[in-house]
Design a protein around this ligand. Structure first.
Ligand SMILES: Cc1ncc(COP(=O)(O)O)c(C=O)c1O
Length: 419
């Protein structure tokens, strides 16, 4: 299992990728703004060089077709469509699900499809979106969804035609048994199920690890992805986030659905021509970067532990590659933290209290991050800290003595998370 990213061959060498890209990769390894800030590796670009160069609009590009077939197979779905971005594949999928207004969609109130896709649902699908606040503050439940269903012939309503979930949402894994309960409910009412699985690769990596499977064995990854996606009719999986393709996202679903989505993709202006090199880079990422994700998740936990030991509060469960911190118990603002990290001689970049790790995040960057925030916290006089924080520091010291009673699981807080 990959636990750190330092002892492997560099992703970019001066001889192949050029010195400016070696330097950019170093900055990337210290950039915690998003997992979209990865760089194509030399090996990825070499794969692009030898890719097929046919016209995909005419179904004549063999590497694009092979990538689509591979992802469909891995997800346990009939077919797949390779598209330009997560926004495009989500909106294409939603447009394909929705037939004729009046109609509506249920999402989490924080869902990317609802909040951060430029109003695409209203624009392309003419649908009303019901953004629901989960009762437990973390993820929707079947009860939340049941309470929001718009059913029947009352002419005042826009009937629910689709439930759209997101996994992970802010790095948090959606419990699969709850996904299944929601899916059973939707299916009972003939309502479609779509997943924004922009970061489903992270969920799959975590699950592969939890089951003791091998992330470099396609059969093992297929078993897990198929299980995760069984409750959904369709899903969109980003290739340019966790696994580090430069461009691309895939929709998976029934063959007829994907054919229809391909039609809409053309109407959206997203039919692409010589897409083989892009497909080859995504295919390379699936094979070579997916197995790195467990190491990325371990680094995220290391960062969270370091922040917590320094007195920061961790505002959301660190299930995968994101760490949300709260500096207020220390009497600090997020901006102070951003500035202190930027002032390091080898700067570290964050833009908010959301830290996102990726397959090129370096262990050194995490260690430096922890050192900077620890020094920053030590600079805050104890009487300026909240009583809760002083308690936290005592707790972090007492960790050395193993507690005799089982430690109760920390309650998952209501958290306002964002992008
Ligand atoms: C959960 C989620 N879904 C979809 C997207 C959209 O992806 P893209 O930026 O490729 O359009 C993002 C992007 O950050 C995302 O975080």
């Amino acid at each position: 299992m990959t636990t750190a990213n330092s002892d492997r061959t560099p992703d970019i060498s001066a001889a192949v990728g050029g010195q400016k890209n070696v330097e950019q990769l170093h900055k990337t390894s210290r950039d915690f703004r998003s997992d979209t800030f990865t760089m194509p590796t030399d090996a990825q670009l070499m794969a692009a060089l030898t890719a097929s160069r046919g016209d995909d609009v005419y179904h004549e590009d063999s590497d694009t077709a092979a990538l689509e077939a591979r992802i469909a197979r891995m997800c346990g779905k009939e077919a797949c469509l390779f598209g330009a971005s997560g926004t495009m594949t989500n909106q294409l999928a939603i447009r394909t699900h929705m037939k004729q207004p009046p109609h509506s969609i249920i999402t989490d109130h924080r869902a990317h499809v609802h909040m951060f896709e430029a109003g695409g649902i209203a624009l392309f699908s003419q649908a009303t979106t019901h953004g629901i606040v989960p009762e437990n503050g973390i993820h929707l439940t079947a009860e939340d969804v049941r309470g929001a269903l718009q059913l029947g012939n009352n002419i005042h309503i826009a009937p629910t035609k689709l439930v759209c979930l997101e996994n992970t949402l802010s790095g948090i894994v959606f419990p699969q048994d709850e996904v299944e309960r929601i899916s059973d409910l939707a299916r009972d009412h003939g309502i479609g199920m779509h997943l924004d699985g922009a970061r489903l690769w992270n969920v799959a990596a975590k699950e592969v690890e939890a089951r003791g499977l091998d992330a470099s064995k396609e059969a093992d990854v297929t078993t897990v992805l198929t299980h995760l996606l069984e409750p959904f009719d369709t899903a969109s999986l980003c290739l340019s986030k966790g696994i580090g393709a430069p461009i691309g996202s895939a929709i998976v679903g029934p063959k007829e659905f994907i054919e229809r989505a391909r039609w809409f993709r053309k109407a959206f202006g997203g039919g692409w021509r010589q897409s083989g090199p892009l497909a080859a880079m995504a295919d390379h990422a699936l094979t070579h970067h997916f197995p790195r994700l467990a190491g990325t998740h371990a680094l995220a936990r290391r960062l969270a532990n370091g922040l917590e030991a320094a007195g920061f509060e961790i505002a959301a469960p660190v299930d995968t590659n994101m760490v949300f911190f709260d500096a207020t118990p220390l009497g600090l603002t997020t901006k102070q933290v951003v500035d202190a990290l930027a002032a390091h001689p080898d700067p570290i970049t964050i833009s908010a209290n959301r830290c996102v790790l990726h397959h090129q995040t370096s262990p050194q960057a995490v260690d430096d991050f922890i050192k900077v925030v620890t020094l920053l916290a030590e600079g805050v006089p104890v009487d300026k800290r909240s009583p809760r924080e002083v308690g936290n520091i005592r707790k972090s010291i007492q960790v050395l003595t193993p507690p005799s009673d089982p430690v109760p699981e920390k309650p998952r807080k209501r958290v306002k998370l964002g992008y």
